[in-house]
Design a binder for this molecule. Sequence first.
Ligand code: URA
Length: 440
Amino acid sequence: MRIFDIITKKKHGNVLTDAEIEYMINKFVGGEIADYQMAAMLMAIWFEGMNDHELSVLTQVMAKSGDTIDLSAIQGKKVDKHSTGGVGDKTTLVIVPIVAACGGKVAKMSGRGLGHTGGTIDKMEAIPGMRTALTQKEFFAVVNKIGAAVIGQTGNLAPADKKIYALRDVTATVDSIPLIASSIMSKKLAAGSDCILLDVKTGSGAFMKTLDDSIELAQKMVAIGEHAGRKMAAVITDMDVPLGHAVGNSLEIIEVIDTLRGNGPEDLTEICLQLAANMLYLVDKGSLAECRIMAEKSIADGSALEKFIEMVAAQGGDTSVLKNTDKFAKAPYSKEVLADKTGYITKMDAEKCGVASVVLGAGREIKDAPIDFSAGIIIKKKYGQYVRKEESLATLYTSQKNTLEQAENMYEEAIQIGNEKPPAIPLIFARIEKDKVEKL
Ligand code: URA
């Protein structure tokens, strides 16, 4: 077998055999296929795509290219959730305790912030003392005891994806549905849960800017997971507008607590209830409607908040800041962004809002840079709301005073104010299961 022939075959739009896909990935990870050859192959896939069978085989070979986590030491069905990333997306930290409070098991590995999007692990580390790197034994013990744990990615999970992603990043091949689907699902399959819920974001702050592309990506990922024997569902949710009011790590943790107390923003609460209901449904806790009621009840009776506190304590975090969120360190500098005219907010570019929070210090401009946990944005007026000239649209927080002006300019660019009230944007556009797309 020769990689030259496999590239030629895909370049002409032909279907690769299982053996060719295995050869290509394993030899690439082993260093026998050069980066420039894999780059040519990725571009061929970008243009010619892959059929469902090729994509399943590719993903499974990538998933098996490194460690795979065996979660059988945790009793019961395990459910995972993946979000394709967004601005102000703190849903994991709300839904994981809800699911655990309702009897589900969540052994979750999460990521750090990427570009303009925040990451769950960075948010968790805003809680003083919180350990996001547990040994496998500790991880399993916390999930068995509490029902949930969230840690950073450990071990050598899907190294094929790591190598391929680095090439995609510099060869203009990130935006390919089969390559995104195999990248995400290889890591999810390696992480070992029986059931996986995908939250595929759509809109200005998301990877997928159109609904059709988001549905296609979700369908591909659901098919890959089902083919690998996992129970799958996906929801397509809005990321045209940041989620909730808080963007930035400790600000988002405070919003998580408010939401678990039943006082969260409407959009965040609704999305979290729907995601949690879908996760409970996947682990057979009832119909979707019954699972939704269970999720609502866990917020109303305080059991979800209690689970969150238990999980934080089990991972070494200081729970006193959760009980009294005034104890979170405050950013020394802040600035109001004022409306330049009266009218309705007709656009909020989520990506630009995310970049403004990175400028303030809430995310990383360069890999491994430290994060300012207290930095970020509290959004006071959202899409569709009426504002008066000079009224505050948002408050910016930072520890670096010299970032305020740039972040303010960026935030102003993200917002458009017009005379007409804009149409409402749905929070959830569609729900996808095996061979089924339900537009909502
Ligand atoms: N997230 C991933 O893990 N991979 C992609 O290709 C895109 C988003």
